[in-house]
Design a protein around this ligand. Structure first.
Ligand code: TYD
Length: 219
């Protein structure tokens, strides 16, 4: 498969959405829109979007942790088959907003289901498909939560409502993943101003894929 699979990770409030919007626009300018695919988890196709509705329905407060983890993995599986593999075959650059690391951090650590157990369970879903690069946007939990409170008070979902300790646990798990998979996962400091975060992400992508963001090497 000839495409490039890049995932983006980070605790809530890291600014992933704003960063990705900019990176997508920059890459489309460079390569043309048909070469770039932005997609998000859970979602990206009609089946996974339906699973997303179940996961984020504020009325589903009684959802069991393992049910939640299995639904994320099910949405992931369908997303791989419907979106990612065809895009890889077509040679596109895939910008994937969250992937399996989210489940390890949120369900494995945050919900205390066990990072190894969630990793194992997800193997069935991903069937060996990992991104060639994972950009991890790191943010201190207090700053991340403050950003959410300031900018998105109207759209706080069920999972955003978790308390500070949950966010801290999620971040620690991300940092463990970063130390465990240094080849795949690269860390960007997301507490910096947005323009600097975007510049660092461009540099990170260029370092892994020298034919992307070519002008980056001249800076
Ligand atoms: P979303 O509204 O897409 O926001 P964000 O911009 O933060 O990605 O919500 C995604 C939420 O789902 C986020 O709180 C993390 C959570 N999540 C998991 O708990 N496990 C997973 O496997 C994935 C993909 C997401």
């Amino acid at each position: 498969m000839v495409g490039k699979f890049i995932s983006f990770e980070g605790p809530d409030g890291a600014g992933k959405t704003s960063v990705l919007r900019q990176i997508k626009a920059d890459l489309e300018n460079e390569l043309g829109t048909e070469q770039v695919m932005y997609t998000r988890e859970p979602g990206g196709n009609h089946i996974s979007e339906q699973i997303r509705q179940v996961l984020f329905n504020p009325e589903n407060t009684d959802m069991d942790g393992r049910t939640e983890a299995l639904l994320f993995a099910a949405a992931r599986r369908q997303h791989i088959v419907s979106e990612i593999v065809p895009a890889l075959r077509a040679g596109q650059v895939i910008l994937c907003d969250r992937y399996v690391d989210s489940s390890i951090a949120y369900q494995g650590a945050g919900r205390q289901l066990g990072e190894d157990a969630i990793w194992q369970m997800n193997q069935f879903a991903i069937d060996g498909l990992l991104p060639q690069l994972t950009v991890y946007l790191d943010i201190e939990s207090e700053i991340g939560l403050r950003r959410i409170a300031e900018h998105r008070a109207d759209q706080v979902n069920r999972l955003d409502k978790e308390k500070l300790s949950f966010h801290r646990t999620v971040r620690q798990a991300y940092l463990r993943l970063y130390h465990r998979y240094p080849e795949r996962i690269k860390l960007v400091d997301a507490s910096q101003p947005l323009a600097k975060v975007v510049a660092d992400v461009r540099q990170t992508i260029h370092a892994r894929f020298p034919d992307l963001f070519v002008e980056e090497s001249k800076r």
